[in-house]
Ligand binder design. Structure first.
Ligand SMILES: [Zn+2]
Length: 320
C-alpha cells in the first residue's frame, strides 16, 4: 500500500515540501497503538468474562465437550455397577446352588477375584495420566472381564456335571440301607450319651437295630473304597464312594460280600448285619458323608419306603 504523501510549508525555502517522519517516531507510534489495542482487548476480555460472566466461545465449547464426556462416563460407571451386581449374583447362585447340587466345592473368593488382591497393576499408567477416574474405570472393567471369565469356566464345569444328572440321581445314597420294617431306629445322628463309654459324644450316623444276618444294601451306585475288619471301633465296615461328594459307611457288620474296588449298584446287597467292634447289640451303624463331613442320614432316604416297594428296589443275595 502506497503511503499517502503529506506536504509541509517550509518557511525557509518558502515552498511546500514532502514531509518525512523519522523511523524512530514511526516505531514509537506503532508501539503505542499496539499497547493501546492490547489494553483494549484485555479490558474487553475482563469485562466479557469476569464482569459480565460470559464465556469465550472456546471455553463454552470445551465445557460442552466435557459435560458430554462426563455424562458418558457416568453412564459407564452405572453400567459397571450393574455388571458387578449381576456378576456377584451369579457367583452367589453358582456357589450356593449350582455347585452344591452336583457335589462340587465352592470356588474360593481368591479364585473368583482372579488374582486381583489389591495389587495396582496400573500404577505406571496412573502416574502418567491426570485422569485418575478413567484409569480406575479401565482397571475395574478388566477385573469384571476376568471375574466373568472365571464364572464362565465354573458354569462349564457345572453344565458338564448337569449332563451327568441322571447318573448322579443313581449315585446319591437315597434309599434305606436295610429293610426298615425289620429294624428299629435305636440311635439318632447327633450328640448322645455314648452306650459304651457313658460320656456325651457326637454320634456320626444312625443305628438301626435288627437281627444278625439281616441283609445290608448299598444306598446308591458307587465304588467300594474301604473294607476293614477292626477289632474295636467300627468293627467290620464297608465304605462306598458314590461320587458327587457322597460316601456311605456301613459298620458293625457280620459278613462282608464285597471287596475294595468293586462297583456296586443301588440296592445291591453288600453285607449282613452283625455286632462286631464297639457294639452292644446287633445293629447297623450307617453314615452318610457329604464332602468329607458326616450329615444326618435320615435326611437322605424316605422313611416311608417299606415292604414290597423296598424289596423291588433291592437285590438280596439268597445264597448268603
Ligand atoms: Zn452308631
Amino acid at each position: 500500500m502506497a503511503r499517502k504523501k503529506r506536504y509541509q510549508f517550509n518557511a525557509r525555502t518558502l515552498a511546500y515540501e514532502v514531509h518525512r517522519t523519522s523511523l524512530r517516531k514511526r516505531f514509537s507510534k506503532g508501539l503505542l497503538l499496539f499497547s493501546l489495542s492490547l489494553a483494549a482487548f484485555a479490558g474487553y476480555y475482563f469485562l466479557y468474562t469476569q464482569y459480565l460472566g460470559f464465556e469465550t466461545p472456546k471455553t463454552a465449547y470445551l465445557k460442552q465437550r466435557y459435560a458430554a464426556a462426563n455424562s458418558k462416563f457416568e453412564l459407564l460407571e452405572r453400567k459397571f455397577e450393574q455388571s458387578n451386581q449381576a456378576l456377584a449374583e451369579l457367583q452367589m447362585r453358582d456357589n450356593n446352588i449350582y455347585r452344591p447340587i452336583f457335589g462340587m466345592e465352592e470356588l474360593s473368593q481368591d479364585v473368583r477375584d482372579a488374582g486381583f488382591g489389591g495389587v495396582n497393576r496400573y500404577a505406571h499408567l496412573q502416574a502418567a495420566s491426570s485422569s485418575q477416574s478413567l484409569m480406575d474405570a479401565v482397571k475395574r472393567m478388566d477385573i469384571i472381564y476376568k471375574k466373568a471369565f472365571v464364572q464362565s469356566r465354573s458354569y462349564d464345569e457345572v453344565s458338564l456335571l448337569a449332563k451327568r444328572a441322571d447318573e448322579m440321581a443313581q449315585c446319591v445314597p437315597a434309599i434305606p440301607p436295610v429293610a426298615l420294617e425289620n429294624v428299629r431306629l435305636s440311635s439318632l445322628f447327633g450328640y448322645r450319651t455314648d452306650p459304651v463309654y457313658g460320656s456325651r459324644r457326637m454320634h456320626q450316623g444312625i443305628d438301626l437295630s435288627g437281627n444278625r444276618g439281616e441283609p445290608i444294601y448299598s444306598a446308591g451306585n458307587g465304588t467300594v473304597v474301604e473294607v476293614r475288619r477292626n477289632f474295636f471301633g467300627y468293627g467290620r465296615e464297608i465304605v462306598v464312594d458314590h461320587g458327587f461328594g457322597y460316601k456311605t459307611r456301613y459298620a458293625h457288620l457280620q459278613e462282608m460280600l464285597v471287596k475294595v474296588g468293586d462297583e456296586v449298584k443301588r440296592g445291591e446287597q453288600i453285607a449282613t448285619m452283625g455286632n462286631t467292634g464297639k457294639s452292644v447289640g446287633v445293629h447297623l451303624h450307617y453314615e452318610v458323608i457329604y464332602r468329607e463331613r458326616r450329615v444326618n442320614p435320615l435326611n437322605y432316604y424316605n422313611q416311608e419306603v417299606k415292604g414290597e416297594e423296598y424289596m423291588a428296589m433291592v437285590n438280596r443275595r439268597d445264597e448268603v
